[in-house]
Design a protein around this ligand. Structure first.
Ligand SMILES: [Zn+2]
Length: 261
């Protein structure tokens, strides 16, 4: 059984919600690409202002999801494949929601202990991991492609928490080893970042990186062992998720994290 429940958000939109994290007092939701207003190649629930889509469509799409979750906005990291994880308080609660100008540019992760402050992340192949510790009350959302993993963003995220053994992690849909061929330089860079190493497969003389399994391995090596994932590859599931590797110019799907009231 999947640890995620697929919920209808209205208008043909859906999100995968972690049941275990919700029981523990946290929202960890991964929206699918259907049910939005964007045209091709962003069809249809694209939430990124930075990919060339019509800004009005993006704003409508964002509003559709926030309404479905009963929130008014979310904080948006700039997503630059770095390792900065910014703390979010009330002053930054909706930064980047209405447009890219006030997004939290240098950040690839956000974290807070405050209830009711939604954190967002966008991706089209990269891992988005929502991490939460109920006793501590902290929730973090991090964006990690191979560059972020090689630079150590997952280690930085784990270090935010007092007790790694208490951290629960929900990993969203990402490109799988079925589709993610990488060069030896990429595999080596991820490999060097952690004693856990990169999880890769070799087929027909090519190397394929498993971003989700690598995430679990890096976190597991640090004592974070409660990691769940959707088992879905963004390139295999082209009708449900955006895949940059598969489509080139395309949209980004939304991940949301929040400590519930
Ligand atoms: Zn695949």
């Amino acid at each position: 059984m999947s640890p995620f429940e697929r919920r209808a958000l209205g208008g043909g939109a859906h999100a995968l919600v972690s049941v275990e994290l919700e029981r523990a007092g946290f929202l960890a939701a991964f929206a699918e690409r259907t049910g939005g207003t964007s045209g091709a190649p962003f069809r249809s629930l694209n939430v990124s202002f930075s990919v060339g889509d019509d800004p009005n469509a993006v704003a409508t799409n964002r509003g559709r999801v926030t309404r479905a979750f009963g929130i008014r906005s979310f904080a948006v990291p700039g997503l630059v494949h770095g390792t900065t994880i910014l703390p979010i308080g009330p002053a930054r609660a909706g930064d980047g929601f209405l447009g890219p100008a006030d997004a939290l540019h240098a950040a690839d992760g956000l974290q807070t202990k405050r209830a009711g402050l939604p954190l967002a992340g966008f991706s089209a192949d990269c891992v988005i991991a929502v991490m939460a510790a109920p006793a501590e009350g902290r929730v973090a959302l991090v964006h990690a492609g191979w560059r972020g993993m090689a630079a150590g963003i997952l280690q930085k995220a784990a270090a935010l928490f007092g007790d790694p053994g208490q951290v629960m992690v929900a990993v969203g849909p990402a490109i799988g080893p079925c589709h993610y061929e990488v060069g030896e330089d990429v595999a080596r860079a991820v490999d060097a970042a952690s004693p856990a190493g990169a999880v890769t497969e070799r087929r027909d003389g090519h190397r394929y990186l498993d971003l989700v399994a690598t995430t679990a391995a890096i976190l597991g090596e640090l004592g974070v062992r409660r990691v769940q994932d959707t088992g879905l590859c963004t390139a295999c599931e082209a009708g449900r998720f955006f895949s940059f590797r598969n489509e080139g110019s395309t949209g980004r799907h939304l991940a949301l994290a929040m400590r519930l009231e």
